[in-house]
Design a protein around this ligand. Structure first.
Ligand code: SAM
Length: 472
């Protein structure tokens, strides 16, 4: 029985309810009256439920799809302005005991190079990331209780936060590690993590069990209920995601929203972010072996429908996607992107030798961070290295309140400008710096409150004079 308030995976992601939502979408996908009603509701910016959103996703009427895209763009502008937050993944270890059939880290893969960073290696990687200009990273690791126990992850987080190289520092560490216990989530919270990210991969239990034939990740309920345990452990910023290409996208979409509704219903706060990874070629993995691949057009439609369904949830896209695809979905709702990423273990310090391969998947967008920053600005966005919210205790529902009260423009916008100024001073190429200076001078005027504008102007001068880490 479907019950969004239940703590049981099979009840809050009830298979029958997912199927009924897909059916509902099919039934109304060409019904202009129903679609208009749903679009009108979405315009209120309070979101849509999974059934309503499934109708928009299924809709085949070009004019209506365009309306959804336009609304997604408008909602994106209203809640996120033109800021795009930047981050990079840091792969700690690719030792893994699971058998995930789409992932090159799977235990049976004998030709991938297994690596685990020591604390000294991590310090070197962090310095390399700081020298690029990153302030926010997501740590990634395979699941291996012996090689990568929680103590290793916690020690790594401590090391990452402790490194201060030149003007650099990593100010927010998000964590993407396997589902774990409430106790371990509490430890991660105490270690000062930002968001806990865990991709569901697929919400379809039957497919899930086939795609994860061996290892602890095989347990569908344990994996699907991980965010509940994270919340119970005190982590109130959690990041959802599915790996598109494994199952039918309509199934994943409805279930993903049901997951978000479940968190909202039980904990009063929905997911902080939703990631939209698509399966990529990797060592021992051929994406063609999975027959649910989605086209770029469908991918864009998914992003737009997520944007209108959960307006307050950040949307993340990685370098799995090409520059061209990223450009399109940035417009439709994506608010965070990675840049200059390496998906190999230890990839930032030096490129891997020819005969080694520890990478998780092939990166499509191979540009440097400086190139990504410049490209964003050339496209009218403000690259943001802001990490203020969680450092000011604005997590979970406190962050959502900020969004809902429309205070983002007085808070996130100035923080974006100040952190961009730091980037320009410390890491940008001359060309990027020039474009950035012009952009900051223009964007200061878009801070609504006079007092905030004055403070920011003062801080920008202080940053040019060598001071760092201002935030509102
Ligand atoms: N081991 C952890 C877990 O089980 O969730 C950490 C995450 S793993 C390092 C990061 C994510 O990469 C996975 O959750 C999966 O969705 C994604 N991934 C795995 N294989 C991939 C592939 N071939 N192409 C694209 N993404 C992939």
């Amino acid at each position: 029985m479907y019950n969004p308030k239940s703590l049981k995976a099979e009840e809050f992601i009830d298979h029958e309810e997912v199927l009924a939502s897909i059916e509902y979408g099919e039934k109304y996908k060409n019904n202009v009256e129903v679609i208009d009603e749903i679009i009108e509701k979405a315009k209120l910016r309070k979101g849509l439920n999974h059934r309503e959103a499934s109708v928009l996703l299924a809709c085949e009427i070009p004019e209506k799809i365009n309306e959804v895209y336009e609304l997604a763009e408008q909602i994106k502008k209203d809640f996120y302005g033109n800021r795009i937050v930047l981050f990079a993944p840091l792969y700690l270890s690719n030792y893994c005991v699971n058998g995930c059939v789409y992932c090159p880290y799977h235990r049976q893969n004998k030709h991938i190079t297994r690596k685990k960073l020591s604390q000294e290696d991590i310090a070197r990687e962090v310095i390399a990331l700081q020298d690029m200009g990153h302030k926010r990273i997501a740590i990634e690791s395979g699941e291996d209780p012996v090689m990568n126990p929680i103590e290793y992850i916690l020690e790594s987080i401590k090391t990452i936060y402790s490194i201060k190289h030149k003007n650099g520092s990593i100010r927010r560490v998000n964590v993407n590690i396997a589902a774990t216990t409430v106790e371990n989530y509490r430890k991660l919270k105490e270690a000062g993590i930002g968001t806990y990210v865990l991709f569901q991969e697929t919400y379809n239990k039957e497919s899930y069990e086939k795609l994860h034939p061996t290892g602890p990740k095989h347990d569908y309920a344990y994996h699907t209920e991980a965010m509940d345990r994270a919340m119970q452990g005190g982590i109130d910023d959690v990041g959802l995601g599915v790996l598109f290409g494994l199952e039918s996208y309509k199934y994943e979409f409805a279930a993903l929203l049901m997951h978000a509704e479940h968190l909202e219903a039980v904990y009063g706060v929905g997911p902080h972010t939703i990631s939209v990874p698509r399966i990529k070629p990797a060592d021992d993995i051929d994406p063609n072996a999975f027959d649910n691949a989605i086209s770029d057009d469908i991918f864009e439609k998914i992003c737009a429908c997520i944007r209108v369904a959960v307006p307050y949830t950040g949307m993340i896209i990685s370098t799995r996607e090409s520059k061209a695809v990223r450009e399109k979905v940035l417009r439709l709702g994506v608010s965070q992107i990675s840049g200059g990423s390496r998906t190999s273990v230890g990839g930032y310090c030096e490129p891997e030798p020819e005969d080694e391969n520890s990478a998780q998947f092939e990166v499509s967008d191979r540009r440097t961070l400086d190139e990504v920053v410049r490209w964003l600005m050339e496209n009218g966005y403000i690259p943001s290295f802001c990490t203020a919210c969680y450092r000011e205790g604005r997590t979970g529902d406190r962050f959502m309140r900020l969004c809902k009260n429309g205070q983002i423009q007085n808070c996130c916008h100035p923080n974006a400008l100040m952190t961009l100024q730091e980037y320009l001073e410390d890491y940008a190429s001359p060309e990027t710096k020039e474009i950035g200076e012009t952009l900051i001078n223009r964007e200061i005027n878009n801070i609504p409150k006079e007092k905030v504008r004055r403070i920011v102007k003062e801080n920008l001068v202080n940053i040019k004079n060598g001071q760092r880490d201002f935030r509102l």
